[in-house]
Design a protein around this ligand. Structure first.
Ligand code: ZN
Length: 298
């Protein structure tokens, strides 16, 4: 499989983004499939940090071909050793691991304990045709951590923080000296996808924790490619996602608001360019509202 729309950029020195999708009329496959539905349809990025012959890979890509492309780019940059980090267990973030390991054998795969548990439980399912296309094989983490983990890459200090936003196993990567945040799926432009509506209170509490890190340049996995390539979003992206999550949470007691559109809910944030509109998020919003109301009705 070739990747006609993969865009590799360097949003910050030594930090690369591998972005694919958000291309009108382009599909991975004409059949219904999760690569298009959750990944390429919305646009998705993996990231690497490179220092000399060493690199850290934050998510391995949405298909095996993306894993190959990331490996090729790293080798082209002279990288010899990598450490892989999973932002969370969702399949559009982990599908290229086997291909990266083929290029860089025995690389450690770092994830929080919840991600490891989810992947262990879901491995057989994700490798089956029930979730087409299957990921064969799903590669499990080799090293796990709890709430936080500190790493270094050359002079760069790297912090991993476990949060419950979007999924209960999010690992965000923060560079404290540069105030750069790789947010995984905890933040998305313009709205996050809700998989676990029973956890809205956790999401809101952890959005506050996320904000307290003090990031000024935020790189989400799903967002606008030009904004990511230019260095990322400001902290107001967190404000917008807080507003949205609080609104979804409030539907349990105010279901009459369920017909509001994303543009209505986030009107102030759109007016101030905290977020940008992309039409396929209308469907994400409809699914989120349904999930939020579903919690109310049990
Ligand atoms: Zn996800």
């Amino acid at each position: 499989m070739t990747l006609p729309h993969l865009r590799i950029s360097e949003p910050h020195a030594g930090l690369f983004a591998y972005y694919d999708g958000r291309v009108t009329g382009y599909r991975f496959d004409p059949r219904p499939n999760w690569v298009d539905a959750g990944g390429l349809g919305l646009g998705i990025a993996s990231f690497t940090l490179i220092e000399g012959t060493e690199a850290i890979v934050y998510d391995t890509g949405t298909t095996p071909a993306h894993g190959v492309a990331i490996a090729d780019h790293l080798q082209g940059q002279g990288v010899e050793r990598i450490r892989i980090i999973y932002s969370h267990w969702h399949k559009d973030h982990i599908a290229g691991t086997a291909q990266l390991l083929a290029a860089f054998p025995n690389s450690p795969i770092i994830a929080n304990t919840r991600t490891a548990a989810h992947l262990t439980a879901a491995k057989t399912d994700l490798e089956s045709n029930r979730r087409w296309p299957p990921i064969k094989p799903v590669v499990l983490p080799t090293e796990t951590f709890g709430d936080t983990l500190n790493l270094t890459l050359g002079d760069r200090q790297i912090e991993l923080h476990t949060l419950n936003i979007h999924s209960d196993d999010a690992s965000v990567l923060f560079l404290p000296d540069e105030k750069i945040l790789l947010a995984g799926d905890t933040l998305e432009d313009p709205i996050t996808y809700v998989d676990e509506p029973q956890d809205f209170a956790h999401h809101l509490a952890d959005l506050k924790r996320l904000k307290s890190l003090g990031a000024t340049k935020i790189l989400p996995c799903h967002g606008s490619e030009p904004i990511i390539a230019a260095g990322g979003y400001g902290p107001t992206l967190i404000d917008a996602i807080e507003t949205y999550t609080a609104w979804l949470h409030s539907l349990a007691t105010n279901p009459e608001n369920a017909a509001q559109t994303v543009r209505e809910v986030l009107a102030d944030h759109f007016a101030q360019d905290h977020v940008t509109w992309f039409e396929p998020y209308a469907e994400v919003h409809a699914a989120n509202v349904k999930a939020a109301l579903g919690v109310r009705h049990g």
